[in-house]
Design a protein around this ligand. Sequence first.
Ligand code: NIG
Ligand code: FE
Length: 410
Amino acid sequence: MPRLVNIGCLAACANPAGQDDIGLMRDATLVWRDGVVRWVGPAAALPAEYETEPAWSAEGRLVIPGLVDAHTHLAFGGWRAGEFSDRIRGRDYLEIAAAGGGIASTVRATRGLDEEALLARALEFLSGMVSLGITTVEAKSGYGLDPETELRLLRVYRRLDEMGPARIVATCLAAHVVPPEWSADRAGYVKLITERILPAVAEERLAEFCDVFVEDSAFSADEARRICERGCELGLRPKLHVDQLSGGAGAELAASLGAVSADHLEYVSEAGIEALAAAGVVGVTLPLASLYLNQAPPPARALIDGGVAVAVASDFNPGTAPSYHLPFAMTLACARQRMTPAEVLKGATRYAARALGREGEVGSLEPGAAADFAVIDAPNVEHWLYHLRPNACVATVSGGEIRHGVLREA
Ligand code: NIG
Ligand code: FE
């Protein structure tokens, strides 16, 4: 039973309640077996039965649960750097999309790549994420928008999960936008999703969640309801992109559909916040997307004060968030969303796991949870998120195995 000793400060994130309760312990020890945490607590209280086990040293550093990125669009073809410059020059995101750029341009590039090429690209991104301390990644399809390419993307996620650098939780986002070939027949595309794509995804068990981008430029509330209800029948729980570019009562819709999370929320209303809190829907905030789109950030303080568990994720995608640097997104959540470092850590661990239906399994260090953790070269959480560095993570461990960096024997 391996042990990690000499932990200067450990954030267990074991309490389901309290956005800022990260369960800090000084001088801690962590014990695991077969990839699962057995014991965690102050070194002085370590039960004698664990004292002779092989031990690694955290060398006085900060130890956190492996980070959980609860919202990414991990596999896609091409990039859209030109649009980045266009937006800086004043062109609007939706204007670019209406002219055939945006999501449609990534769909073209993605359809042109086979499974091996998509896997190689996504694996490289994933390796970078693991080096930052991330051990669980939600990954959406949504750049295929036809049965063949949507399934190809989800098969890439299954293979990545089996390869094991990180745990992958897959979401079918066939309802990202209506693809150009269906623009004259929206109802036909919704039917393609409900009658062919979702049943095929469920049949192969390629995803756990079903996502819809609810926006004037994407899908209406009625269309989202039809898609999510079909997803539920097939065992795919809903997650929704809502209230990102305009306020359309998307949060209320997510609550009424029993979604596990409502993501973006830049334009969420007071009524939306109340609905999320009442239904226990996690609010997933995506600080890189609001930064890159030069938008006011989502009202994280009002969400927290209103009783919503707030997660923080990267939204990694080639359009609105072309970076998988979750720790950077976390620092942005502090600076722009006025969340404290402790609140943000809870949002990128335990509450992110809740947004994936994995609370207590990942995103916390407590007996029975996965031995997924990161050793951070900082004295505490506050200092880590304040002093932004290219990478402060010195080791990432998933299922008790070192996936990045090194740990010295104690
Ligand atoms: O989460 N909002 C919709 N989807 C992505 C952006 C996709 C893109 O621009 O390629 C998002 O921001
Ligand atoms: Fe997204």
